[in-house]
Each structure stands twice: as C-alpha cells, then as structure tokens.
Design a protein around this ligand. Structure first.
Ligand SMILES: [Mn+2]
Length: 316
C-alpha cells in the first residue's frame, strides 16, 4: 500500500487528471469526488470528474452545472492520471476505469473487498467512508477549505454512516464532522436535501419493499425482493429503493437484512446489512463475486432471487 504523501506527490506531478467513482454513484463517491475536484483545481491543474451513471437527484445540490461530467463519448487523450474513489472492485468501476488501464491509476477506498487493483493504492478499511480519507488527503495538501468542499465531504460521511448511526462511526468521525460544520457545511441542509429527500416513487417503493418482507426466524434474516414490474407500477428507478435494506434491519428480531432488486437486464442486485459482530457479509457477498464491508455488502448476479436467498441463508 502507498502512503497519502506518495499519492499527493503523484497528483502534484500530473498535468491532466481524471477523477471517477463507482457505478450507481452514492453520496460517498460523489461527495469525495467533488471535494477532490475542487481541491485539485486550487492548484491550477487540469482536472475533471467524470462518471458513467446519472447523479442521483438528491446529490445535485452539491455541484454547479457541468462540474461533474457524464462519460458518454469521452475518450482518453493526453490525460496522465486517473483517480478512482470508493470503488471496491474492478467490476464496480465500469467502462471508464477499464479504458484508463493504460494511464496510472490511484485507487482510494475503504472497502475490505478492495484487492488494490490500482498502480497506487490507499485503502483504509478502518475509515467509515472514502470521504473521510479525502478529508485527510486535503489536510495534507493544505487546501483552502470552502463551504462547497466541506459540504461534499460531510454528505459523504452522512451517506456511509447512515447519518451517524452505523458502527463505523468513531470519535474521529465526529471530530471531522465538527470541523466541516465550522468550514461551512450545514447539517440541516445536507439532511433535508440529501438524506430525507425521497421521490414519491421512493416512498411508495419503500412501502412496497417493507410490505413484501419475509422473516426467517431460524437465521434471524429478513428479506424482500422488488421486481421490475414494481418499478414500472410506481414509475420509479433503482435509486428509489436505496433505503429499503436499512429499514428492513429496523426489525428488532432481525440480525441480517437482505434486499434484492431486479435490474433492467434481468440480473439481480443484492444489498445486505447486519447488526451482528459475528457475521461477515463481505465474505457472503463474495459467493456472488460481490463485496463491500463486514456489516454492509452487495453483489449482482443472474441467479434467481429464491436461489440467492437460499445460498445466503445456508452461509449464515
Ligand atoms: Mn463508501
């Protein structure tokens, strides 16, 4: 593994940098990316933040128009550094990562499943979010903090800690959060615009996900499956079911929550969460070539949902 100092050296000697994050980007990937983009711009380096999927509506308040670009017809020309954030595995990076294999890649992440696929790797699995790692990096870079930078990192922390709720929250998380508030991040703004900002379809699909929940008492597992026909019925999209898994885990008896949604191509995307210290969801996700963290992990597979549930339950 490389140090943050070595990574800063590499950033400083580069002339044209691309930043990106994983497919289906979340508040951590987008927050970390925006903060790093705005920070590197302070050094008058040519830098762009490019992603393959749409930015979720509830993250658009973090950026000005065109600050984050969509991949579409983007081709690598004379770029000399690629920085990928919050991306636990190569299959999560999408096309852009694969295209950039020829230029040096910095891999900054906090997922246990990250094998260090970059040319430079900084993987801190003790960090609750990639945004917290970017916080440390910006401190070492001596950036001039701004409201925009502070707010982006704060949003990343809120995203990955479930609004300071998960077991990845430490003293350091609160110290960083306090500093970010001092630098202009507004907690209430982030909560209203990002965290409690569901679409109507999102409210209905959360209801649908909870209504369809099934509890397997022998293994203390609660699960739910949302199909394409449910998305169609409520005019929703994949972002509208983001909070189902967290809400399933609110059941007092449950140790593990599993949420499966059917994708447009017929594959199934699974997310898992646990309250248990003994269960390793990263390991269970690896059965389906997925990964993540011990207490929160995901995967994508073409197996039928009943088979997915059976396999997970067998392995708990
Ligand atoms: Mn993350």
């Amino acid at each position: 593994m490389d140090t943050l100092k070595a990574i800063i050296e590499k950033i400083k000697e580069s002339k044209k940098i691309i930043i990106s994050t994983h497919l289906s980007p979340d508040g951590d990937g987008i927050g970390a990316g925006i903060a790093l983009l705005l920070a590197i711009k302070q050094f008058n380096v040519n830098v762009r933040f490019i992603i393959e999927d749409d930015i979720p509506e509830n993250l658009k308040f973090l950026i000005k128009d065109k600050e984050v670009e969509r991949l579409e017809k983007f081709e690598i020309t004379d770029e000399d550094l690629f920085i990928l954030l919050d991306t636990g595995s190569i299959d999560r990076m999408g096309l852009l990562g694969k295209k950039n294999i020829k230029i040096p890649m910095i891999n900054i992440d906090h997922h246990v499943s990250n094998i260090g696929y970059g040319d430079y790797n900084y993987i801190d699995t003790s960090s609750g979010s990639a945004s917290e790692i970017i916080f440390d990096l910006l401190e070492l870079l001596n950036v001039k903090w701004s409201k925009e930078i502070a707010r982006a990192i704060y949003t990343g922390i809120v995203n990955d800690t479930g609004n300071f709720k998960h077991s990845n929250v430490t003293e350091k998380t609160f110290l960083k959060a306090a500093f970010l508030i001092k630098e202009g991040a507004n907690n209430n703004e982030v909560i209203n615009k990002f965290y409690d900002n569901k679409t109507y379809a999102g409210i209905k699909l959360l209801g649908r996900g909870l209504e369809k929940a099934i509890y397997v008492s022998e293994k203390k597992v609660i699960y739910s499956i949302i199909l394409q026909k449910d998305f169609i019925k409520y005019f929703g999209n994949k972002n509208d079911t983001d909070s189902v898994v967290e809400n399933l885990l609110k059941y007092s008896e449950a140790n593990v929550a599993i949420f499966i949604r059917e994708e447009k191509n017929g594959n199934y995307k699974g997310s898992m969460r646990t309250k248990s210290e003994e269960i390793d969801l990263n390991k269970i996700a690896s059965i389906f070539a997925g990964g993540g963290h011990k207490k929160a992990a995901g995967f994508s597979t073409n197996l039928a949902p009943e088979k997915i549930i059976k396999k997970i339950i067998e392995n708990i």
